[in-house]
Write a protein that binds this ligand. Structure first.
Ligand code: SF4
Ligand code: SF4
Ligand code: SF4
Length: 669
């Protein structure tokens, strides 16, 4: 189980934790920043930087509560930084609060630090010319074991102050007692599981968890009386959590001139020095390294005090204790435990990653449209310092392509424009649907009326012609009767037009060469007076397939459109007729007829296929021409569309299916 995990619901994918993790231990999967347990060194950097509080530390309060129930003797070991964890209370009040939680005794880890400091001093003396890296920081130890495995042999084989204190308690002072470490370090939760020291410490609480337990138990440390610390007396070990604390408590001096001892803290500085050791460019022989700029800057504090305020609080406590405590007692206590074994060893746990080849990197970069060097923006938004580093992380399975922000923005823009286009298409389709529904109901009405009128009209025509035949040539009634017959004929033509619009007229189907009927239509209209000043340009695609249709009716369609075009240009202009073969789609035959006439106002465009809609003067047109064209095209399973701009002209598109024998084309119906 990982010491640190991500709270899925809280993670907002900012990748700050990815950026700050020194161990590349955060894997982004399905957009979630997950901690990879095997790679994590429990340094807590991700906890400190996550503004969303989406990183959780494994809770050990339940384990401690179990210990209260099941063990008669539970000893709390307070880390030396405890005075900085609860600044509102005096250290003695904090000790009382811890005791009141249920601990039988409260001891200071600082005594373990005093013991460890002595062993370190001895080690440095005996191994003066060998490189030694001090080991009280568990995050640093994990870091070296996993990412600098060849340096493991240089770790001083000495337990941490926490383990030293646990051994004091369990092996001598209180055999059978249970030990709970309380401090600012989450890496201690990992350390107690290391097989080398397993069983020494039973649980680790951070100060944050301790604070939560105080609250749950209703304990307010600053309102409690003070009580003394239990166990052996600590001394300078109390400054262990401050940078350089190990050297001070071991009475070792960092001599700037001799350059033999080096103290450094913080993950960047530690990484740099470890790399320099690998390169062989470091002269110092004893290194005191802390991953967290000193434990007083550890991730488990329940307050936001600055490094300096915490340092002051710890120093004040050390001074106040040194004033009242007797050194002889401390020496006696040290003597009591001087034969305790504080040895341990370390084993490498190599987690280094192999570098992918340039070809692999290039291929991964290509997936986010990074083909040329200038496409690599190196903006760092993905949590990696450069695009190449991020590509390596993708190769290792730690990152996802979609983490690249510029790439995502490009994708988003593309999707938005696609969405806008489909929104537009949808709107147009909806308008077309409304229009066809309107046309269908008008067609139904027209067909009904036409059918009802057709028969009486036929009777009128029949009888008027019969009477006309019977009347003498000079009969004065002939003229009126002739008018009746002519008007009845006009009515019959209108009724036919309505039937055409309502798609009720039968088709005389055959294979039709559309180019040919266009040619015929063009020659017919060219002779009309309306085309006197009109130029006709045609581009007819010779590869146009034939269509199954009624040539007479199809010609009527083009004649109607062409006639309208001529009438729209009383001052002259140009009509362009184009046919073309479109390989894709169900309507491979496309005919465009464009004029440069006066154009149709937008508000009339939706009405032009309606029967009887006309802008011509009364008596100059029935308003059936385009309605008939619409009906005929629909009968041929085709489509007819129009676009127009006032002052610029109008364009009609007629699209028809190819006949079933045309290779590769769809068939009618
Ligand atoms: S820092 Fe990490 S865990 Fe926190 S919100 Fe950002 S990506 Fe998520
Ligand atoms: S605790 Fe440290 S090593 Fe582990 S994931 Fe967080 S930042 Fe990385
Ligand atoms: S361009 Fe993309 S891959 Fe490169 S650093 Fe920025 S976010 Fe990361």
């Amino acid at each position: 189980m990982t010491v640190i995990s991500t709270i899925k619901e809280k993670c907002r994918r900012c990748y700050t934790c990815v950026r700050k993790c020194p161990a590349k231990a955060i894997k982004v999967e399905d957009g979630q920043a997950k901690v990879v347990a095997e790679r994590c060194i429990a340094c807590g950097s991700c906890i400190k930087v996550c503004r969303q509080e989406a990183k959780a530390i494994r809770d050990s309060t339940a384990t401690v509560k179990d210990l209260f129930w099941n063990s008669p003797e539970i000893i709390a070991c307070l880390a030396p930084s405890f005075p900085a964890a609860f600044p509102q209370a005096k250290p003695g009040q904090v000790i009382t609060a811890v005791r009141n939680l249920g601990f039988t005794e409260v001891m200071e880890v600082a005594f373990g630090a005093d013991l460890v400091a002595k062993v370190h001093a001895r080690w440095a003396k005996q191994n003066g010319d060998k490189l030694s890296i001090s080991s009280p920081c568990p995050a640093l130890i994990l870091y070296i074991k996993k990412y600098f495995p060849s340096l493991v042999e240089h770790l001083t084989p000495i337990v941490s102050p926490m383990v030293a204190m646990a051994r004091v308690i369990k092996r001598k002072a209180r055999p059978g007692g249970k030990v709970v470490f309380i401090g600012p370090c989450i890496a201690k939760k990992e350390e107690i599981e290391d097989p080398e020291v397993a069983g020494d410490v039973d649980a680790v609480l951070t100060f944050v968890e301790l604070d939560r337990m105080f609250q749950e138990a209703g304990l307010i440390p600053e309102k409690l009386p003070e009580s003394p610390i239990d166990g052996p007396l600590a001394r300078l070990g109390r400054i262990f959590p401050v940078p350089g604390g190990l050297l001070r408590s071991a009475s070792m001096k960092e001599d700037v001139c001799q350059n033999r001892i080096l103290v450094t803290e913080g993950k960047e500085a530690c990484t740099q020095i470890l790399n320099e050791i690998l390169e062989g460019s470091v002269e110092a022989k004893f290194m005191d390294l802390l991953f967290c700029e000193g434990c007083i800057n550890g991730p488990g504090f329940p307050n936001d005090l600055s490094f300096f305020s915490r340092k002051e609080l710890v120093a004040k406590y050390v001074q106040s204790r040194l004033k009242v405590e007797v050194e002889d007692r401390h020496k006696a206590d040290l003597g009591k435990y001087s034969r305790l074994s504080l040895k341990r060893s370390f084993r490498p746990d190599d987690r280094r990653l192999t570098t992918p080849s340039p070809d692999i990197i290039r291929e991964i970069l290509r997936r986010t449209n990074k083909v040329h060097p200038e496409d690599e923006l190196n903006c760092g938004a993905c949590g990696y310092a450069s695009c190449q580093e991020k590509a390596s992380a993708v190769y290792w399975g730690l990152a996802e392509n979609e983490m690249c922000l510029p790439y995502l923005i490009d994708q988003l823009e593309e999707n938005l424009s696609r969405l806008a286009q489909s929104h537009k298409d949808l709107g147009e389709a909806q308008q077309q649907l409304i229009q066809s529904e309107k046309m269908a109901s008008v067609g139904q009405l027209a067909a009904g009326v036409a059918h009802e009128i057709n028969n009486p009209l036929g009777t009128i025509l029949l009888y008027s012609h019969m009477i006309l035949e019977k009347l003498e040539q000079k009969d004065s009634r002939r003229e009126e009767l002739d008018t009746i017959a002519k008007e009845a004929t006009r009515c019959r033509d209108i009724v036919r037009g309505l039937l055409d619009f309502a798609r009720q007229r039968k088709l005389q189907v055959e294979n039709v060469d559309v180019n040919q009927i266009l040619e015929e239509g063009i020659s017919l209209v060219a002779a009309q007076p309306a085309f006197g000043k009109v130029e006709i340009a045609k581009t007819l695609d010779p590869s146009l397939p034939t269509t199954e249709g009624d040539p007479v009716q199809l010609k009527e369609v083009f004649l109607n459109i062409l006639s309208n075009a001529g009438e729209a240009m009383p001052q002259g202009g140009k009509v362009t007729v184009v046919s073309r073969f479109r390989e894709a789609g169900s309507h491979p035959i496309e005919i465009m007829i464009r004029d440069t006439g006066q154009g149709i106002p937008q508000e009339n465009l939706n009405k032009i296929f309606m029967p009887f809609f006309t802008t011509k003067k009364i008596g100059q047109g029935t308003g059936l021409g385009l309605a008939i064209a619409y009906g005929i095209v629909k009968m041929h399973h085709g489509s007819i569309d129009v676009q127009s701009k006032v002052g610029e002209g109008t364009t009609f598109w007629v699209k028809l299916p190819a006949d079933s024998s045309s290779k590769g084309q769809e068939t009618i119906g």
